[in-house]
Design a protein around this ligand. Structure first.
Ligand code: ATP
Length: 341
């Protein structure tokens, strides 16, 4: 192999492998068996409406499930190592070390009574043995890396002295302080206005390249997926219903839920050629889902058939790693379109 060989983006070896993950709160199982992989250097997006289990999936990877929540089944391997069974000390070393996470609201992880510099220094010193002086110098570099203007002046500011977008950048600086291999971003820009959103997502993507990390991007915004993701997993009621490259998914969404999501997204609906026609809202909500026997989307589905309520549809794997869990739309008349992608 030539030394100039560059691995195509997203085709690197698997960094994270989630296999049949189920998360339970007592009898309730909001994540019902999800599997996916993230390759080195790629951005994988998970989309789905509120309550589909996106955040619980991310928090399982971080070992940060809320009280009462347990991993009832499945495995999560990071760099080939099972991480669901790590001792608390090992799990802490992984968090903020090899895996960083950012949230929708920076103030959930920034301490309001500590300067931003002190918080970055703390993150660094938790994972690396650095002198105070070296850590402060690195904190300045990190503020510069996330494009905080005038880092020397800003480093001793408190979070309240910064705008929302700047606080988001500081949170990102804390998350990438130790050059993680994977950055998990849970709705990182939902609270920001559109211009700042794009800047923050551009920043995450630049850091992905510069630090050679992979990104797990959790969002309900299909515009974000189309612009920043290499692959997308669509979740519905705790399960994966479709997985595809964004161009394939937007050009030919296969699952009725994905079609509904796209139809409900006018910005994308204009530019992509999908199938189901006019703009419409998916009727009902996840909470209206029927029991756990059949397809959870059946009560809201325009294509529902008798068999849909009998058994949970299996994920079929098509070409290019595409997956879909809807036997009706993969029936004979649709098969050609699906496989032709
Ligand atoms: N602490 C908890 N205790 C009990 N049930 C919970 C808890 N957290 C989440 N759940 C259940 O899990 C479901 C999925 O939650 P999750 O936060 O993963 O959804 P999500 O897809 O990330 O939605 P959102 O976009 O609103 O964050 C919730 O609708 C809720 O029923």
């Amino acid at each position: 192999m030539s030394e100039h060989f560059i691995l195509p983006r997203g085709d690197g070896p698997s960094l994270l492998a989630v296999d049949d993950l189920r998360v339970a709160f007592g009898e309730k199982q909001p994540v019902k068996g999800i599997s996916f992989e993230i390759n080195e250097g790629e951005t994988l997006a998970i989309v789905g409406e509120s309550g589909s289990g996106k955040s619980l999936t991310a928090l399982s990877i971080m070992g940060l499930l809320p009280a009462g929540g347990t991993i009832a089944h499945g495995s999560i391997q990071f760099e080939g190592r099972e991480i669901t069974t790590l001792a608390p000390r090992e799990a802490r070393a992984l968090r903020g070390g090899s895996i960083g996470m950012i949230f929708q609201e920076p103030m959930t992880c920034l301490n309001p009574v500590m300067t931003i510099g002190a918080q970055i220094i703390e993150a660094l010193r938790q994972h690396q043995s650095l002198s105070r002086k070296a850590a402060r110098a690195r904190a300045l570099e990190l503020l510069d890396l996330v494009r905080i203007p005038d880092p020397h002046r800003r480093i001793d500011d408190f979070p309240y002295q910064l705008s929302g977008g700047m606080r988001q950048r500081v949170m990102i600086a804390v998350a990438v302080a130790c050059s993680p291999r994977l950055l998990i971003a849970d709705e990182p820009t939902t609270a920001l206005d559109v211009t700042i959103q794009a800047q923050v997502l551009d920043l995450i993507d630049r850091l992905r390249r510069e630090l050679s990390m992979a990104v797990l991007l959790i969002t309900h915004d299909l515009g974000v997926v189309s612009q920043w993701a290499d692959r997308v997993v669509v979740m519905y009621a705790g399960r994966k219903v479709e997985q595809a490259r964004p161009d394939a998914m937007f050009g030919n969404p296969l699952h009725p839920y994905t079609r509904g999501l796209l139809n409900a997204s006018p910005r994308l609906g204009d530019s992509y050629n999908y199938i189901d026609g006019p703009l419409y809202e998916i009727p009902g909500s996840i909470s209206s889902l029927a029991g756990d026997r059949g397809c959870a989307f059946a009560p809201r589905c325009a294509h529902v058939r008798a068999g849909c309520r009998d058994a949970v549809p299996a994920l079929a794997t098509l070409s290019h790693g595409r997956q879909v869990a809807c036997p009706v739309l993969l029936s004979e008349e649709n098969r050609v379109t699906a496989v032709d992608l």
